[in-house]
Design a protein around this ligand. Structure first.
Ligand code: NAD
Ligand code: UDP
Length: 360
């Protein structure tokens, strides 16, 4: 166990935040989960409430807060396009005012602070794969701008606070991450496809379905976030965290249908405005500076997600439970059917999830 720290996780009741809180508790730290429960839920953290080192604060990051903490992970922000576009002005406020308030807290407490930034700062990228040096191609007035430009401005604030006040900070550019505890109505592609396949409904492909994304399982991301936080002073980043194995949305749909043993058809719908055509992280920096690389192949991670949603939808089937049970649970994180299924896994070192041929 490491030295005990008091760690604030904003957005801690969300999808990624709840796994991060859990992992930090496992490491022996005191964890303060701050959330306004906009897209997060108490259910995501219900299994942690009995832990004496776990505290929950209902608070909105757009308002300043005073807490004594050693480290801060700033995750508060809706991540799904339908949720962040529902109230775009609020999304900008959460990103910009939230970052300012969290940076002020870090300045006063001298806490190390990590910002959950995003691959969306690259917009619809003209460089492929995307290294951290690429400055992006973002439409500043489109429907995604509240999120993309909000996150870009947050990065600006982080680096200005570093230059002006000498803050010890880290910026992670997170690429598409998936796992159990995504909301069934989240609207992102993995949860949509899993729920549609399980319900026997058509899988909704936007545009040609040939646009690409690279999907990182949540346990891999949590390891990466903690590695970035633990890196030596001066490792500010930004650093890409994501799985560099790239898939078209058609390939993803076919894999989900296969794993869910579904006979759902595919249906094509209009492509949303400014939808990036391709996305794949260059993770050289993360590998060389943090020794980090993803370990969970998409096929394995999707198995956990499908079993999770099957249970959520109240119809867990024996075949899916067997599929989920057969898959190693990585990095000591919760996965699989329901929120209470714990397990320490190997991380499956030999099966890196990198080789496309191994994944599909
Ligand atoms: P999520 O929506 O599940 O979690 C976000 C959490 O922040 C929720 O619990 C929500 O209630 C909370 N929140 C939102 N606005 C808030 C506010 N004003 N004050 C306090 N709490 C607030 O999303 P997620 O997928 O877990 O994403 C977490 C973070 O990671 C976000 O900052 C997101 O931008 C970033 N990120 C996620 C992905 C991904 O693929 N999931 C990719 C890139 C970046
Ligand atoms: N997408 C899709 N069908 C869906 C939801 C999303 O084809 O039901 C597409 C979407 O247009 C995008 C990709 O899947 O090209 C990833 O979308 P998501 O919202 O998950 O993440 P982001 O666009 O933020 O990467």
């Amino acid at each position: 166990m490491t030295d005990e720290k008091t760690i604030l996780v904003t957005g801690g009741a969300g999808f990624i935040g709840s796994f991060l809180c859990e992992s930090l508790l496992e490491d022996g730290h005191i964890v303060i989960c701050l959330d306004n429960f906009h897209t997060g839920s108490k259910k995501n953290i219900a299994h942690l409430l009995h832990r004496h080192k776990f505290e929950v604060v209902r608070h909105d990051v757009t308002t300043a807060i005073a807490l004594e903490v050693d480290e801060i992970y700033n995750l508060a922000c809706p991540a799904s396009p339908i949720h962040y576009q529902f109230d775009p002005v609020k999304t900008v406020k959460t990103n910009v005012m939230g970052a300012l308030n969290i940076l002020e807290l870090a300045r006063h407490t001298k806490a190390r602070v990590l910002q959950a930034s995003t691959s969306e700062v690259y917009g619809d990228p003209a460089v492929h794969p995307q290294p951290e040096t690429y400055q992006g191609n973002v439409n500043p007035i489109g429907p995604r701008a509240c999120y993309d430009e909000g996150k870009r401005c947050a990065e600006t604030l982080f680096f200005d606070y570093r230059r002006q006040f000498g803050l010890d900070l880290r910026v992670a550019r997170i690429f598409n991450t998936y796992g159990p505890r995504m909301r069934a109505d989240d609207g992102r592609v993995v949860s949509n496809f899993a729920v549609q396949a399980l319900r026997g409904e058509p899988l909704t492909l936007y545009g040609s379905g040939l646009q690409t994304r690279s999907f990182c399982y949540v346990s891999d991301l949590v390891v990466g976030l903690k590695a970035l936080m633990a890196a030596p002073v001066g490792t500010a980043g930004p650093i890409n965290l994501g799985n560099p194995v790239e898939f078209t949305m058609v390939e993803l749909a076919e894999l989900v249908i296969e794993l869910a043993n579904s006979s759902s058809p595919l249906v094509y719908m209009p492509l949303p405005q400014d939808d990036p055509r391709q996305r794949k992280p260059d993770i050289t920096q993360a590998t060389e500076r943090l020794g980090w690389r993803p370990t969970v192949p998409l096929r394995e991670g999707l198995g956990h997600v499908i079993a999770y949603f099957d249970a959520e939808l109240g119809r867990a089937r024996p075949a899916l439970r067997a599929l989920d049970a057969a898959m190693p649970v990585p990095s000591g994180l919760v996965a699989g059917v329901g929120a209470g299924h714990h397990g320490k896994g190997s991380g499956n070192g030999a099966d890196t999830g990198f080789e496309r041929g191994r994944v599909r």
